[in-house]
Design a protein around this ligand. Structure first.
Ligand code: ADP
Length: 594
């Protein structure tokens, strides 16, 4: 890294960089296009309010000249005061229109960006999530889009306002007193060059701070998500340490940056007021020699401070724009990813015959490590099989391939003799149901959680599914029944109850292919019976694959596949496999019995 940084950047590189920067912001600007009419109204109001305000210093100077009898255009101070008030009024009206229209555009535009990013992320393939952390993705939608929102609601408008003030203000100054203006402009180029150089530098530093902050946020996110693990391992102090050292880094990096920012700002203030003193001094000498009036000098200094504040403001706007470019880059990087979204097609109901032909597989994140090796098997529609094998042997991976979470490296997975990649993704996945090992419930009511299996399911369907899942009794036992809130801020359900909710979900989904990832922890005897009974009902008429952890529960399946190091080592019914002396299955069975 250090070596790369010290390499000189060629002119071509620099030009390309600037072009991409502009393109980057324009990429996000696309999301505002639907509101371009409002945006233009905002721009016009902004220009008008900025220009109107520019009349203010000259009229204020004129007020002084009228009082001292040297005025060129007016004869009464009342007249000038009235015009001043009128101008202030006009400028307030335009300011209001500008703030309001820009807010509408940026709020709606950013909602668009957020929705687009979320839609993108949620449709990205599993491989993407293997290499990203949730906290990092969240900060794209929250922090980065927030930065962009500031840009579009405020920074761009400020940029334009300051530029108008700068250009028109300077023109007025030149008209008022050319030599004095020349004198004033001596400080101007120094400020601009300094702003450009510092801006670039500060952009780098603030990106570093944001990255560090994202890292720290990930720690909070992860530890809170698995708070029970943290507590079980009594690792509270460890997590606090981890977070506080991450925070220290954030502070270090931010403070490092703020030293430069502080220096930058104080330099600009010094140059600005120094410039005003110099202009005042030279201007006073011009008044002494009667080249200009006191009112004109007053206007001049007024304009000079307008212009000075614009230049100082431009420095900040510049860094803010640099920051938005960083944020746009991160947001667009997500939007550019290839997702899995496919136009929804008609429902397909498969029979559920599954076949793996010469399937080999390695996870993209560990491409050199083969997880499945030349797997060959067929499962008949309606057949019930169990996957057995040591942990890490590849059972879940087989399911991941069947779910189309990952593409096979070699070979073909087909359902009803059609390659699963030839189906429309959504239509295909609608045929698969999972009852997972760890049932995750969403914050919401029991009803909503069951309905997740079939959005739009009626009350009766939900009730019937709960009944079949042996869940009705405990649900009706709650005072709020189906409206009982579960999840983070609601009732905590037991493992067995959560399992039955998951079963009810699957019943509603009514898949042809059912995947049961058996819970590793055993339930109490009563729950076990209820869950087992519900599962058996659920399995009826469906091709079922059980990932078996407790061998006692799989005696009823038609066939057992024993997976060893990614290969199919044994296959047969419980009776057949137990007969194999020294077989893997019979050894596993012996081990479990012990
Ligand atoms: P099982 O379900 O039999 O316990 P898995 O299918 O989960 O086994 O895992 C098989 C192998 O694949 C293991 O070595 C595991 O570390 C690896 N593995 C599982 N998921 C991923 C993943 N998302 N990325 C990389 N490697 C993985």
């Amino acid at each position: 890294m250090a070596k790369r940084n010290s390499e000189p950047i060629s002119k071509e590189d620099k030009r390309a960089l600037n072009k991409t920067n502009l393109k980057t912001l324009m990429g996000v600007f696309k999301f505002m296009l639907p509101y371009k009419g409002l945006f233009i109204i905002g721009l016009i109001s902004l220009a008008l309010s900025s220009v109107t305000l520019l009349a203010f210093p000259r009229l204020a100077g004129e007020l002084l000249d009228v009082a001292s009898g040297k005025a060129k255009y007016f004869s009464s101070i009342n007249e000038v005061a009235l015009i001043l008030i009128f101008i202030l009024f006009i400028q307030s009206v335009f300011s209001f229109i500008r703030v309001y229209t820009f807010s509408i555009v940026s709020e709606r535009g950013m909602a668009n960006v957020r929705e687009t990013v979320y839609k993108k992320i949620i449709w990205l393939p599993m491989t993407f999530f293997d290499s990203r952390r949730v906290g990092e993705l969240m900060s794209r939608i929250t922090a980065d889009v927030g930065t962009l929102q500031d840009t579009f609601s405020f920074t761009l408008a400020e940029l334009l306002r300051q530029l108008i003030t700068l250009i028109f203000g300077t023109a007025i100054l030149l008209y008022l007193a050319p030599t004095l203006t020349g004198f004033m402009l001596l400080t101007f180029p120094i400020l601009v060059v300094a702003a450009l150089i510092f801006g670039k530098f500060i952009r780098k530093l603030s990106k570093k701070t944001q990255d560090k902050l994202a890292e720290a946020n990930v720690i909070v996110e992860e530890s809170l998500q698995s708070i029970s693990i943290v507590k079980a391992f009594t690792n509270e102090a460890f997590e606090i340490n981890r977070y506080s050292s991450a925070l220290k880094e954030v502070v270090n990096v931010a403070l490092h940056g703020s030293r430069y920012r502080g220096f930058f700002i104080s330099f600009i203030i010094f140059a600005l007021f120094g410039g005003i003193v110099a202009v005042g001094w030279y201007g006073a000498s011009l008044v002494q020699s009667e080249s200009i009036t006191v009112g004109e000098l007053f206007s001049f200094i007024f304009y000079t401070s307008f212009i000075g504040f614009s230049i100082a403001g431009l420095g900040d706007i510049f860094t803010q724009l640099q920051r938005s470019i960083g944020a746009s880059e991160r947001v667009l990087e997500i939007i550019k990813q290839t997702d899995e979204a496919q136009p929804k097609q008609d429902k397909i109901k498969v029979l559920g015959e599954i076949s793996f032909e010469n399937v080999s597989f390695a996870y993209p994140s560990r491409a050199e490590y083969p997880v499945l090796k030349e797997l060959n098997f067929k499962i008949k529609a309606g057949e019930k099989i169990a996957l057995v094998g040591q942990s890490g042997s590849g059972k879940s991976t087989i399911i991941n391939l069947l779910m189309r979470f990952y593409p096979v490296t070699e070979g073909v997975v087909s359902v009803d003799t059609i390659n699963i990649y030839d189906y429309n993704l959504t239509s295909y996945r609608e045929n698969l149901g999972i009852v997972p090992q760890e049932v995750i419930l969403f914050g919401g009511t029991i009803k909503e959680n069951i309905q997740y299996g079939k959005p739009g399911a009626t009350e009766d369907e939900i009730r019937e599914a709960a009944r079949k899942a042996n869940a009705l009794e405990f649900i009706e036992g709650f005072p709020e029944k189906f409206s009982t809130i579960v999840g983070d801020r609601g009732v905590k359900l037991s493992g067995g109850q959560r399992q039955r909710i998951a079963i009810a979900r699957a019943i509603l989904k009514d898949p042809s292919i059912l995947i049961l990832d058996e819970a590793t922890s055993s339930l109490d005897a009563h729950s076990e019976v209820l869950v087992q009974e519900a599962l058996e009902k659920l399995m009826e008429g469906r091709t079922t694959i059980v990932i078996a952890h407790r061998l006692s529960t799989i005696k009823k399946v038609d066939r057992i596949f024993v997976i060893k190091e990614g290969r199919l080592a044994e296959m047969g019914s419980h009776a057949e496999l137990t007969k194999l002396s020294n077989g893997i299955y019979s050894n596993l069975l012996k081990l479990q019995l012990q």
